[in-house]
Design a protein around this ligand. Sequence first.
Ligand code: PLP
Length: 392
Amino acid sequence: MSRSFIPYGRQDIADSDIDAVVTVLKSDWLTQGPTTPRFEALLADKCGAKYAVAVSNATAALHTACIAMDLAPGDILWTSPNTFVASANCALYCGASVDFVDIDLDTGNMSVAALAEKLETAYRAGILPKIVVPVHFSGQSCDMEAIKALSERYGFRIIEDAAHAVGGYYRNGPVGDCRYSDATVFSFHPVKIITTGEGGAVTTNDPGLAARIARLRSHGSIRDPALMRKRSEGAWYYEIAELGWNYRMSDVQAAIGCSQIERLDEYVASRTALADRYDRLLAGSGLSLLHRDRQCRSAWHLYPVGWNEAASGVTRAEAFASMREAGIGVQVHYIPLHLQPYFSDLGFRQGEYPNAESHYARSITIPLFAGLSEDQQDKVVGELLKMIRKYK
Ligand SMILES: *Cc1c(COP(=O)(O)O)cnc(C)c1O
């Protein structure tokens, strides 16, 4: 990467993170030692949840959470089409099917009105979802109280996909406290808010779910004699209780997490300050900016803008290409999942989720990460405004 290139997101690694890794490398345990449980305790505490289970990535977190809620062939999971593919694939891994609920254009989050309407139709047809996965797009929580109220009425479970939202708040409670859900899933991939290299976690207040997810991440194995079906035959004895995976987070990864989570509030504060500054610099530009829900404090994983093709005379694709040429690592979040060939093969069609499609057609994600300088930010804004003015 050339020095002047500004990526859309990147990790921040401090000397203390490096020291934490070296300490684990010199210890007795590279995996299954004391550092992963320490990271889990720090995360649970930070989120205000009773339990946190760390896994190899958020995809594994979604998968194990679905199995722990007994998602199986014949069941249906609903999520947003405006997300990364993992939010939907977790259902398919379980042999269940997936369906989508359209978004609100102003936030990119699952529309509660669309969800309510689709639930009523599904109720009449007798095909209600078992699990709904709201995705906190860009780091701003969905309206969880409203979704929770619908879950009580229609009897589905809720897994929050908070891959973008660690460190965010909804109604004065941290995202991940599961006040309005059964479980919350986080990603610690390097582009996200805090990183462990690769990594993920599930938070929950349900001891049964936490224990089952912990078992599933390690081959479905049990070492507690009290839980065994057969009698323990000695200290070596363990039981495979069910089909599981190796979805563990190593202690090397957890060491980075323990160190990074100490700076979570700082990261979110600096992302918020940068997002506020983008809002000020882009006000009146004709670009549409994300609506800020006053019930939320976003973690600001992403800063997407809605390109205004009519006002600028430049297509989104042209604007995107010219930003890239200027050395700015813009991205697009997201290509709606139902338009991907694999999902077309499953029967989804263009036009089914019009807001997700409109959002996709105009969206450009501009750089936002802790450590983005004001000079870099000015360059990003300057390039955007230059294009708008040139054609006006
Ligand atoms: C990144 C991401 C995931 C997957 O995270 P991994 O840790 O890479 O598996 C899932 N959902 C959303 C919304 C994401 O952005």
